[in-house]
Write a protein that binds this ligand. Structure first.
Ligand code: ADP
Ligand code: MG
Length: 760
């Protein structure tokens, strides 16, 4: 259903492409990019712009690369083939600096009529290699109708024609993301047709805001983006489109927050002598000031008549889990239930254990926490499900399995999602719909999120931060161990580990892969943001044929849990020590057994994958050795390191790498060794990553991605748009006076299948 504008006419942006471009072209666009409407096509922004006058340097083209270049035809020659019937047309194109490329066409001699020496154009194709010379076989091309110089009209003495030629010569040529079936200029032409018929559009941005920020109107911005007269036009277009995108998104998010306030929820308040007070009295430590402050904010949220929707971000080990437990007790006081969702079974099981520890026998008996996981036995699961459905259990811990249809709650008051970045928005939503009355939602994340990212990705949540870790933590010292430069340091890694064991401590050894065939990704433990690092680790692992399973630090492949376990067990330094493996391919029971034994101090060394990355809390563990540390992302290494130095003992983290000094992978490792500040590292991480990874897979994929806006670079724009959105909705909550904006939001939500912002 096309959205209706205030005047009742369907917006021109919602018009079908088939109506404007004809069925065949429209189908081509739908096949290539999934576009169906005019608005979608107009959002297809040029990747870059070529200048007619400036030829592309031809010496930088790599064989196998798909290129779009501006060049000049230098010579054309047709010859017949020796072996077969037919002819080859060869055109030599140059960059004006003595570098050439050959275009070859089979049986297309007629092209010689267009490809005359001196003519310039854009050429697109894949760079091939024919007998040592680079060529494009059957390239797509479009020739400029003038040669880029303004002398075409001078002989006729027609001044107007000369001016026109000069104008054209200056026009940047947009180079669009193209496919093999739709070349850049075909896209340009289609967009041109659309723009020619596009009426004046209402602008979602208020004229006063446009004036304040000196932004061109929307319709004009589209024109300047796709048909710039000069390169400066592009910057003006982008500035306006960026702001528009930010405003639409922020208004949608702020509106959603306001809508939540209109939703009824059950207020949950504590009373003197109640569960929370009894719990606090039992705590072996005092809350940090940040924990107090965040606890107060949550308390106020829970007491409100609308659902809480809060994100708590905090440094690893800052005590977020404790904050969540206190929130669950608050809800339990009025008989309500809480669901605590962890990203892995290891973590869910650990939560259940720490609940038992913190609650003590009395509270434990009253609250009866249970666990629901995908892999537990059916009897145990039935019992847990019953406890949840009857209300007998007031805290239900679990993994994604809690999202299943068969899990019912008697009175679900609070949903806590631990380590948010492993949870999609959709999953968060699935849980929210589980209560009869929408439950309060608390999201915890240990990956510090820069403010504008939080505003963009979690803009519908209130955000609190726990900055300080509990006082008296001795901290972790981190060292890079560069084996390429210092192969001899390998022995020192293990003797240092042994020293810690001798002092009564325990150790983690982390490997990027389980065995030669399997990278760790089978429990979806990776934060979306780190999927890329993992992926490239895997493809490198695949490329390395014949990796040596018995050599943890072999250059051939990444260190594996299986190989490293064997190797460590065989080392004299670890004789008589208990060394066990932990990874996603073990059964839930086995994982739990290993983790529990480790927590009890019965295992000395755990050789693991990233399954231990988040949340695992064993205060006696003091050493972490990360093998092939360059295969992990910055934030991931920081998370891993957060597993040690959690108790009274200082931690030592050794980041072992074969990466060359000053290589990008080595830079990542060194950055983590140099800083303990999660926020600082998150910033570095963002700089080293593509934007899409920041938003997670869902948001970066397909049409729900941001087109013009970059969450890190455009922080100021996002902040301004946020304020504008708040001001606007404050005065006009239903956006009645802002139909163009309301329409743009509706369009965005529809395109995102309502997944980007969640359904409500
Ligand atoms: P996070 O979930 O933020 O990584 P946790 O909640 O797991 O951190 O807490 C880390 C460790 O610190 C746990 O062992 C916890 O018992 C302990 N802890 C939590 N709060 C405090 C505090 N205020 N003082 C001392 N230790 C604390
Ligand atoms: Mg935690």
């Amino acid at each position: 259903m096309p959205t209706r504008s205030a005047t009742g006419a369907a917006s021109a942006l919602d018009e079908r492409l088939s109506a404007v471009l004809g069925g065949r072209t429209a189908t081509a666009f739908e096949r290539a990019f999934g576009y169906r409407t005019v608005g979608e096509l107009l959002d297809h922004a040029p990747r870059r712009y070529a200048e007619r006058g400036a030829l592309t340097a031809l010496d930088e083209l790599a064989i196998g690369e798909s290129v779009t270049i501006v060049a000049e035809v230098v010579a054309v020659q047709e010859r017949s083939m020796r072996a077969r019937r037919g002819s080859i047309l060869e055109a030599k194109i140059g960059d004006g600096a003595g570098r050439f490329l050959t275009l070859t066409f089979f049986n297309q001699g007629w092209r010689a009529r267009d490809l005359v020496p001196g003519v310039r154009g854009i050429f697109a194709g894949k760079v091939g290699d024919y007998r040592g010379a680079r060529q494009l076989a059957h390239p797509d091309y479009e020739l400029f109708d003038d040669d880029g110089h303004a002398d075409a009209g001078t002989t006729s003495g027609d001044a107007a024609l000369t001016a026109e030629a000069m104008r054209r010569a200056q026009q940047p040529v947009p180079i669009y993301p193209a496919t093999s079936s739709l070349a850049s200029w075909q896209i340009a032409r289609a967009i041109g047709v659309v723009l020619d018929t596009l009426p004046e559009l209402e602008d979602p941005i208020d004229p006063t805001v446009r004036a304040r920020l000196d932004l061109v109107p929307y319709r004009r911005a589209l024109e300047l983006l796709h048909r710039p007269e000069r390169i400066a036009d592009v910057a003006r277009a982008r500035a306006a489109l960026r702001y528009r995108e930010a405003l639409v998104l922020q208004t949608a998010l702020v509106r959603r927050r306001l809508e939540l306030r209109e939703t009824a929820a059950t207020p949950r308040v504590t009373r003197p002598g109640g569960l929370l007070e009894r719990f606090d009295a039992r705590l072996p430590f005092t809350l940090t000031p940040d924990q107090e402050a965040v606890g107060d904010a949550i308390g106020a949220d829970l007491a409100a008549e609308w659902p809480m929707h809060r994100l708590v971000q905090g440094e690893v080990g800052s005590g977020k889990t404790l904050v969540a437990i206190r929130a669950m007790l608050t809800v339990a006081e009025s008989g309500g239930q809480s669901a605590l969702i962890a990203p892995t079974e290891v973590l869910a099981a650990q939560h259940l254990r720490s609940l038992a520890r913190f609650l003590g026998p009395d509270l434990q008996a009253e609250l009866r926490p249970v666990i629901v996981t995908g892999s537990q036995g059916s009897k145990e699961r039935q019992r847990a499900l019953l406890a949840a459905a009857s209300g007998g259990s007031r805290i239900v811990v679990g993994t994604h399995a809690l999202l299943g249809d068969r899990v019912d709650f008697a009175d679900l008051g609070l949903v806590v999602v631990d380590e948010q970045h492993r949870f999609g928005v959709e999953q968060r939503e699935a849980l929210r719909t589980k209560g009869r009355v929408p439950p309060h939602v608390l999201v915890l994340t240990a990956t510090p999120i820069p403010r504008t990212v939080a505003m963009t990705v979690f803009g519908d949540l209130d955000v609190s931060t726990i900055e300080a870790v509990p006082a008296g933590r001795p901290g972790v010292e981190t060292f890079t161990v560069p084996l390429r430069e210092h192969p001899g340091w390998e022995a020192r890694i293990w003797s240092r580990t042994r020293e810690e064991l001798d002092a009564g401590r325990q150790a983690f050894v982390v490997c990027p892969a389980i065995d030669d065939a399997t990278a760790e990704d089978d429990e979806s433990v990776l934060p979306l943001a780190d999927v890329d690092a993992q992926r490239s680790a895997r493809s490198r692992a695949e490329a390395a044929d014949g990796g040596r399973p018995d050599s943890a630090s072999a250059a051939a492949g990444p260190a594996t849990v299986v190989g490293t376990l064997e190797r460590i067990r065989a080392m004299p330094a670890f004789a008589g020590r208990r060394v066990e493996a932990l990874h996603g391919r073990l059964s839930a029971d086995d994982k739990d057994r290993v983790m529990s034994a480790f927590a009890r101090g019965e295992i000395d060394v755990i050789v693991a994958t990233t399954v231990i990355e988040v949340g695992v809390d064993v205060p006696n563990a003091s050493v972490m050795v990360v093998l092939d540390a360059d295969r992990f992302g910055v934030s991931q290494l920081h998370q891993l390191r957060g597993r040690i130095g959690r108790g009274e003992h200082a931690g030592v983290c050794l980041l072992v790498t074969q990466a060359e000094a000053e290589s990008p992978s080595r830079e990542r490792v060194d950055a983590v060794a140099a800083s303990n500040d999660g926020f600082e590292l998150a910033r570095i991480d963002l700089e080293l990553r593509r934007e899409g990874d920041v938003l997670g897979e869902r948001q970066s994929g397909g049409r729900s991605s941001l087109v013009f806006l970059r969450v890190v670079r455009d922080a100021e724009v996002i902040v301004d748009a946020r304020q504008e959105a708040e001001r606007l909705l404050g005065a006009d909550p239903t956006l009645d006076a802002h139909p163009a904006l309301a329409e743009a939001i509706a369009r965005r939500l529809a395109a995102d299948d309502e997944a980007f912002l969640g359904k409500s």
